[in-house]
Design a protein around this ligand. Structure first.
Ligand SMILES: [Zn+2]
Length: 585
């Protein structure tokens, strides 16, 4: 008889549980100290181990010699329960909404257990009970016999009446991190002796989305597909074979090639993919492009097959950071509004058009995308002689070379003057194995304001766009702490690891970190990003990560926004250019 992987590898002791240690520890301690409650509510997403923990707990409290809180598996009671004893009863509220069951239960619960100390009732999907079934259950919970223990499991705790909730000890189960799912699946595959590609395991763990059961049933489908678990096989099973099409579509979107993008959508739709799935795939891919662009450890983080990673890298090298942000935002909004629209397809195509047509939009991000396109066109075209010398230099000279050329010719360098923005904002300081190419945000800045030269300062024309304060303070360490950019780098990496929220990660990935006193200020050039990061939920998530990193205060601001710091930055600038009159209005 075929037994599913999930059932076959269902944990029978607490130590075999995948995560949920916060719940397991409490339960184990209760078993060891003998302080067993009468009613528990296990809430949490499907496939996170609620029923498994309930069964282990039910057997452990009956076991004659529990081992470190888990059932021993050897004593007569353990053996009787393993053979399907009468003292642990499971009721599935989803299959029968329970009035008769609950009434029946009220009578039977009075009989003492036959084998062990406790009679345990596990009520799965308890939120499905009808009102009168809940009432019957409540009556039992109000006066439970000493030998009765109730474990109510639910994916939707908000549907449980307060009268029931108040009588239960509540334990919240959490989604399982991808790394743990991966490790679990690899353990199982090793045990059953199935060869596998690591990328295939990663893809299955990703598809499991935090649920062990979902992951294992996907793995099962993939296993029946061939002798070896391959990435190709997995993507075929998951219907994600067209990751190349999705990437090509992203490439067209980010390159503002609307006809190509619409054609790409048409092709994917024709292959039978639902609009919601396409949007989600696009968001995932955009997130991956952002990661490849910004994170040194991207290859390890994503753990994709080599050729797919190479393709991502190529698209990422072409793409502009701001364009990625913009596309992500537009798509994320379209996706969240999808269930309110009458034609999902029109919604998708509208989003695609908005992304690939920045010229029809007036947001700062759209403008920046247009400016970048113009700059590039300018750099390709030979400059007319009439153009002002400085602009010509800015446009023609590759930004990376500007500082070094400056070094040789400018004696000012010797007296401690450091040209601003010489380094890309993502420097080795916090991504130890940073790729060689600089991040385009820095490139852009380099283009717009290559090097503040002494002459231009002397002419009293400091670049008005970027307040000079930031460049100087950005590298300055906080009192006794690390430089802001190092802290920010750590923040980004932690966020990537811990947050399921791809949009938040993308939003956070292009900020400029500066310490102002103890306050870590994050600057963005985009009002959209500012708005998004100021949202309550995003702020909370950022706060959690920052608190973990020991940053007590942080703030997101719009670049160019005036602050107290500007003044001190000005003082510093003046010090660096002693003898030159500087006036900033
Ligand atoms: Zn036992």
């Amino acid at each position: 008889m075929h037994v599913s992987l999930y059932r076959k590898f269902r944990p029978d002791t607490f130590d075999k549980m995948v995560r949920q240690e916060h719940v397991v520890t409490i339960l184990k301690n209760q078993i060891i100290s003998g302080a067993i409650g009468h009613a528990y509510l296990f809430s949490g997403p499907r496939g996170t181990g609620k029923t498994s923990v309930a069964r282990i707990f039910a057997r452990a409290i009956n076991c004659e010699h529990p081992q470190d809180g888990s059932p021993c598996g050897k004593c007569p009671t353990c053996r009787a329960l393993a053979a399907g004893g009468l003292d642990v009863l499971e009721i599935d509220a989803a299959s029968n909404n329970g009035v008769d069951e609950m009434r029946d239960l009220r009578e039977k619960v009075l009989y003492p257990p036959t084998e062990g100390k406790y009679k345990v009732y596990i009520v799965d999907e308890v939120h499905m009970l009808t009102g009168s079934a809940f009432n019957a259950l409540l009556k039992t919970l109000e006066e439970p016999p000493a030998h009765a223990v109730f474990i109510l499991a639910t994916t939707e705790p908000h549907k449980i009446p307060a009268t029931i909730l108040s009588r239960c000890m509540r334990m919240d189960f959490k989604l399982i991190p991808q790394e743990d799912l991966k490790a679990h699946l690899m353990r199982i595959l090793d045990e059953i002796g199935k060869p596998y590609e690591r990328e295939a395991v990663s893809a299955i763990a990703r598809a499991g989305a935090g649920s062990d059961r979902d992951m294992l049933s996907i793995a099962e489908m993939c296993l029946s597909y061939g002798d070896k678990l391959t990435y190709r096989g997995v993507t075929e099973v998951l219907g994600a074979a067209d990751s190349r099409d999705t990437l090509a579509l992203c490439d067209a979107l980010l390159g503002a090639q609307m006809p190509v993008a619409l054609e790409g959508v048409e092709r994917i739709l024709a292959a039978g993919k639902a609009v919601g799935v396409i949007m989600r795939d696009l968001l995932v891919t955009l997130n991956q492009i952002a990661i490849v662009k910004l994170c040194a450890g991207a290859e390890k983080l994503l753990s994709l097959p080599q050729e797919q990673f190479a393709a991502l890298k190529e698209v990422a090298s072409r793409a502009d950071g701001r364009a990625i942000l913009r596309a992500t935002e537009i798509l994320a909004r379209a996706e969240s509004e999808l269930r309110f629209v009458s034609s999902p397809r029109v919604a998708l195509e509208t989003a695609i058009m908005r992304i690939s047509l920045p010229e029809y939009e007036e947001s700062v991000d759209a403008l920046m995308v247009r400016v970048k396109a113009l700059e590039e066109a300018l750099a390709r075209t030979p400059m007319p002689l009439a153009a002002p010398a400085e602009v010509a230099q800015a446009a023609v000279q590759p930004p990376r070379e500007a500082p070094s050329a400056q070094k040789k010719s400018d004696p000012a360098e010797e007296d401690g003057y450091i040209p601003p923005m010489e380094e890309p904002i993502f420097s080795e300081a916090y991504f130890s194995d940073m790729p060689q190419e600089p991040v385009p945000a820095a490139q852009e800045r380099g283009k717009a304001e290559p090097v503040v030269k002494r002459e231009s300062v002397a002419k009293q024309e400091p670049a008005p766009a970027a307040p000079p304060a930031k460049t100087e303070t950005a590298a300055a360490p906080a009192a006794g702490g690390e430089p802001a950019e190092v802290v920010y780098g750590r923040f980004i990496r932690t966020l990537r690891r811990t947050s399921k929220n791809g949009v938040l990660f993308t939003m956070c990935s292009d900020l400029e970190a500066v310490y102002e006193g103890d306050m870590l200020v994050l600057y963005t050039a985009s009002p959209t990003v500012l708005r998004s990061l100021s949202r309550e939920d995003h702020r909370e998530m950022m706060k959690e990560v920052f608190t973990g990193l020991g940053v007590a205060q942080f703030e997101v601001r719009l670049k160019g926004e005036r602050s107290k710091q500007d003044k001190s930055g000005l003082e510093e600038l003046k010090k660096n250019f002693e003898g030159y009159p500087i006036e900033i209005k």
